[in-house]
Design a protein around this ligand. Structure first.
Ligand code: SOE
Length: 387
């Protein structure tokens, strides 16, 4: 495959994750990185061995040798940077949630289509190999008709009122914090796996810490607990710590999930359970190579990722043989590989989540807000038909 030069915009947790996964592709070079200050950009560039760094991402956008950008900034910058990048003719891979509102996401999709650029929203979690196996099991009818979906996405990194991060602030994050950050993953995943759209929902949101102690220096995602809690400002909080949602999917299935950033001991517990008329599955991101299959009339099974035993299409998402675990970093690599394959070969299939998925995710998040404010069910406007 031909060589492609790209750039990473954003020097936090996600900037690092993206950079490592890009490097593993082989044919994609990180030509430059950008961050909010020259010092931050230089520190990041040095830490990953990139020569060029800047605090002005426009210098990257005006470089014709750079074909794509990864937008790994706080949410508020997804729209302006992606928009400027696409108008400059760059292909864009943007972090989730795609934007601050459905209106922004709608415009992003429109520009992407008008400019004919490749666009991707980073719902990387879809690409754990055993989940791709589940997707094929459902498509092949092995679960039967989906009746019940349930699960959680629970973390604990914002449990204490001394835990702080840009996600806590609406101006950087948008109105929904835990729901936007990881509820967006849960809803995307359940629709991706089942092929059913969420047609109605009823949501409840909670803010447990009405105030938090904001450190006077900025803190990266997940890094808060290594810092000492001194020099804080006490600030009011208006983004959710916890959320619970009841769901209707397609024309028959029902479900429920919770999301939390205050559940002690849950580091990154993304759990999905899907029960059909024939059998059920359970999966937990904290043990990503394992898939539980529940049977009514025979012993339950635990299958372990092994490409030679997965559905053939699912096995293309596994690069290592059985017994060699593949995890979070690998899911990013699987997305980016397919994104860059599409850039290198416009005839390649779209095997990654696009801005259309990102827009639908934003529409669902807005329905969550509406439902929580109204304390009742809302229709999402989705037809019950398969995605
Ligand atoms: C922070 O909550 C975060 O890094 C998310 O932004 C990711 O999408 C998720 O996979 C892990 O947690």
């Amino acid at each position: 495959m031909r060589k492609i030069r790209t750039a990473v915009i954003g020097a936090g947790f996600m900037g690092k994750v993206h950079s490592e996964a890009i490097r593993r592709l082989g044919n994609v070079e990180i030509a430059a990185v950008a961050a909010s200050t020259e010092e931050e950009a230089r520190r990041f560039a040095d830490s990953i061995g990139v020569e060029r760094s800047t605090a002005d991402y426009n210098t990257i956008l005006s470089d014709p040798s750079i074909e794509a950008v990864h937008v790994c900034t706080p949410n508020a910058l997804h729209y302006p940077i992606s928009k400027a990048a696409m108008l400059a003719g760059k292909h864009v891979l943007c972090e989730k949630p795609l934007a601050m509102s459905a209106a922004e996401a709608r415009e992003m999709l429109k520009i992407a289509e008008e400019k004919g650029v490749v666009h991707c929203v980073n719902h990387n979690l879809r690409y754990y190999p055993v989940l791709q196996h589940v997707r094929r099991m459902i498509a092949n009818g092995e679960l039967g008709d989906v009746l019940v979906v349930q699960g959680t996405y629970s973390q604990d990194w914002l449990l204490y009122d001394t835990d702080y991060n840009w996600r806590i602030e609406r101006r950087h994050n948008g109105p929904l914090r835990v729901m936007g950050d990881i509820g967006s993953h849960w809803m995307d995943m359940i629709q991706h796996l089942t092929g059913l759209k969420i047609t109605a929902l009823c949501a409840d949101l909670a803010i447990f810490h009405k105030t938090r102690k904001r450190p006077k220096v900025s803190i990266q995602t997940f890094a808060g607990k290594t810092l000492r809690p001194e020099d804080y400002d006490e600030v009011p909080i208006d983004t959710d710590d916890f959320g619970a949602v009841l769901l209707h999917l397609g024309d028959r299935a029902r479900g429920a999930f919770t999301v939390s950033q205050v559940s002690a001991g849950c580091k990154n517990r993304f759990q999905v359970e899907i029960y059909g008329t024939k059998c059920g599955i359970q999966w937990n991101q904290e043990k990503p190579d394992e898939l539980w299959i529940g049977q009514r009339n025979s012993p339950n099974q635990m299958i372990v990722k092994d490409p030679s035993l997965l559905e053939p299409e699912a096995s293309t998402y596994a690069d290592l043989p059985g017994g060699h675990s593949e995890g979070y970093d690998d899911t990013h690599k699987q997305v980016y590989r397919r994104f860059y394959r599409k850039i290198a070969d416009p005839a390649a299939p779209v095997e990654f989540p696009t801005f259309a998925d990102g827009l639908w995710g934003m529409e669902l998040l807005e329905r969550v807000i509406e439902s929580a404010e109204r304390r009742g069910w809302v229709e999402t406007g989705a037809a019950a038909a398969a995605q």
